[in-house]
Design a protein around this ligand. Structure first.
Ligand SMILES: [Fe+2]
Ligand SMILES: [Fe+2]
Length: 299
């Protein structure tokens, strides 16, 4: 029988930190302005252009991302207004938001954060591949959702460092019988999905991204865009199966059976050979999208 040592006090401690999230993890003013302008009904492309262009670093990154093979535009995009015309308000919002949140992936951080970055990027790429396979309208949200799906783990590794470190050592002990997810619930009293819902919600991320990220281990609970949550879930399992994971968890994450049933109900099919082909194509796709990656990480 496993002893419940730290629940619920640890949970309360984490919730208290999250309550202060707007103070301790403030998004840069420019991101708040972008969120405001993109959510206003009567705002124009020139309002958004003016905000982005007031930040030269953001300007060059938005242009670099817009020109990456991810979008596949033949004609070179040379300025922000052109990027907004071809990519749209929401896409620019997604790019700007992700860039600010990705600053949390400290490049000089721990090995765990570095591997989590690789995992997150791969889940972003795989999630988009799956959306394409399902013939969904391919938008940046699939990549962004994948990129951010484990943002709760970044939070743990930075704001409850000691407890999280202890959790990882238990996970990596030879005779550990518990999975990462079970340890999260037992030792932290809160899951990384719950943390992500609070964090991204506080930051006013679009509801569909908050929901898909929060439901990536249980897409059936998604209330906004269940297919989106399914794409992230499948991408997560595929990347983990390929060994692209920071967890070294011996308890293998399996595809939720409900996901396959739900896809079928929606008229989509996903066979074992489809999953195998995703796994085979993923390395190539990651390579192909490395320019998008460097545009994102360039700061
Ligand atoms: Fe996760
Ligand atoms: Fe993950």
């Amino acid at each position: 029988m496993v002893e419940h040592v730290e629940t619920p006090s640890q949970r309360e401690k984490i919730l208290a930190i999250l309550e202060r999230a707007p103070d301790i993890l403030t998004l840069p003013g420019i991101i708040q302005q972008i969120l405001e302008v993109t959510s206003r009904k009567n705002s124009s492309a020139s309002d958004l252009t003016a905000i982005i262009e007031s930040d030269p670093a953001l300007t060059s990154r938005v242009i670099a991302v817009a020109n990456s093979p991810y979008y596949g535009f033949v004609k070179k995009i040379t300025n922000v207004s052109h990027a907004i015309v071809v990519l749209g308000f929401r896409e620019i919002q997604n790019i700007a938001l992700s860039m600010s949140v990705l600053k949390m992936f400290d490049p000089k951080g721990s090995e765990f954060v570095d591997q989590l970055w690789k995992h997150s990027f791969c889940v972003g790429v795989a999630s988009r591949m799956i959306a394409e396979h399902l013939r969904l309208k391919v938008e940046g949200k699939y990549f962004v959702g994948g990129l951010l799906h484990d943002v709760g783990k970044i939070f743990f590794s930075q704001y409850v460092f000691t407890s999280f470190d202890r959790l990882l050592s238990v996970l990596w002990e030879e005779d550990t019988m518990e999975s990462y997810h079970a340890l999260e619930e037992r030792m932290l009293g809160i899951t990384h999905q719950e943390v992500a819902r609070i964090l991204l919600g506080e930051w006013m991320f679009p509801a569909e991204i908050v929901d898909a990220v929060a439901c990536h281990h249980d897409p059936a609970s998604s209330e906004v865009d269940r297919l989106f949550a399914c794409c992230i879930h499948l991408a997560d399992v595929i990347c983990t199966a390929k060994g692209i994971t920071p967890l070294k968890d011996r308890h293998f994450v399996l595809i939720d059976r409900g996901v396959l049933r739900f896809l079928e109900e929606c008229g989509h099919t996903l066979t074992t050979s489809d999953v195998k082909s995703f796994m085979d194509r993923l390395d190539l796709e990651i390579e192909r999208q490395s320019t998008y990656l460097s545009a994102f990480r360039n700061r």
